[in-house]
Write a protein that binds this ligand. Sequence first.
Ligand SMILES: NC(=O)c1ccc[n+]([C@@H]2O[C@H](COP(=O)([O-])OP(=O)(O)OC[C@H]3O[C@@H](n4cnc5c(N)ncnc54)[C@H](O)[C@@H]3O)[C@@H](O)[C@H]2O)c1
Length: 286
Amino acid sequence: MTIRTICICGAGTMGSGIAQTAAMGGFHTLLYDVSDAVLQKAGASIEKNLQALVDKTKISATERQTVLGRLQFVTDPARCVADLIIEAIVEDQDAKLALFRQLAGFNREDTLLATNTSSLSVTALAKKLPRPERVAGMHFFNPAPLMRLVEVVRTEYTGEQTVECLLALARSMGKTPVLCKDAPGFIVNHVARPYYLEALRLMEEGFGDPETIDAIMESMGFKMGPFRLMDLIGNDVNYAVSCSVYEAMGRPERLAPSPIQEEKVRTGALGRKTGRGYYTYPQYLP
Ligand SMILES: NC(=O)c1ccc[n+]([C@@H]2O[C@H](COP(=O)([O-])OP(=O)(O)OC[C@H]3O[C@@H](n4cnc5c(N)ncnc54)[C@H](O)[C@@H]3O)[C@@H](O)[C@H]2O)c1
């Protein structure tokens, strides 16, 4: 399987970063979103990131132009024709399935379908799609251009060629892929769930506020405290992942989502992307 064109669906926090990574990796890259405003924001963010690399002399001005030239921004799903589709839309099984079904209609039978889901069952998606052997998870981390790890998620249906192709592709983008089984939260989000939930319990019970808990965890060597990290991820995404892992694990009490997460989502305090979450980010306020 030769991958030349990659279509990234969803141009939010992850899609924008994955598109930058793909274009920098030399691939012709389509970035699709239902919202033109989101695409414009993604384009501006990619241009800014590339300029920062030029300023740090990590890439030349010519390379910046070449990378930008590989990117196309589209709002028409019929233009999402590629060798590989990586979806990074909302963390909702039905939405992801509907998108893949729609795009399967426009694409060749051997186009690979990868989901960047953080926690949903890749198997459940694969078995409802034509040719499930070409479906896998390709879970990038935030910020995608910087974080090296990619979890490649194999289901019982995923073909060996699909797995090999995605592992090689991740390496060609300068990433370190790790092959995972399709389990709730895969590896990272499974291990990390208590990091957020225990911190939220401490806050709920009045043992510490976000600043204090983050400062303590950061002084212990964690790069980001749990609240700063939740704001980076997006509180809507983190809440959806908490709910999905909780349900998939059979609702154990220790993994119950926190009412604070639900409140953050209800009040639109989604983190950096809305300018406020556990902290305020004046530069991102609308
Ligand atoms: N945020 C993180 O740190 C992180 C890390 C790894 C994986 N993920 C996963 O990546 C996915 C996207 O997360 P995000 O944080 O980028 O979300 P986001 O809310 O920032 O962006 C989602 C984008 O998808 C678009 N969208 C929604 N439905 C669509 C559709 N049907 N067709 C095309 N575009 C559509 C929205 O307009 C939005 O721009 C989720 O599955 C999430 O679990 C997130």
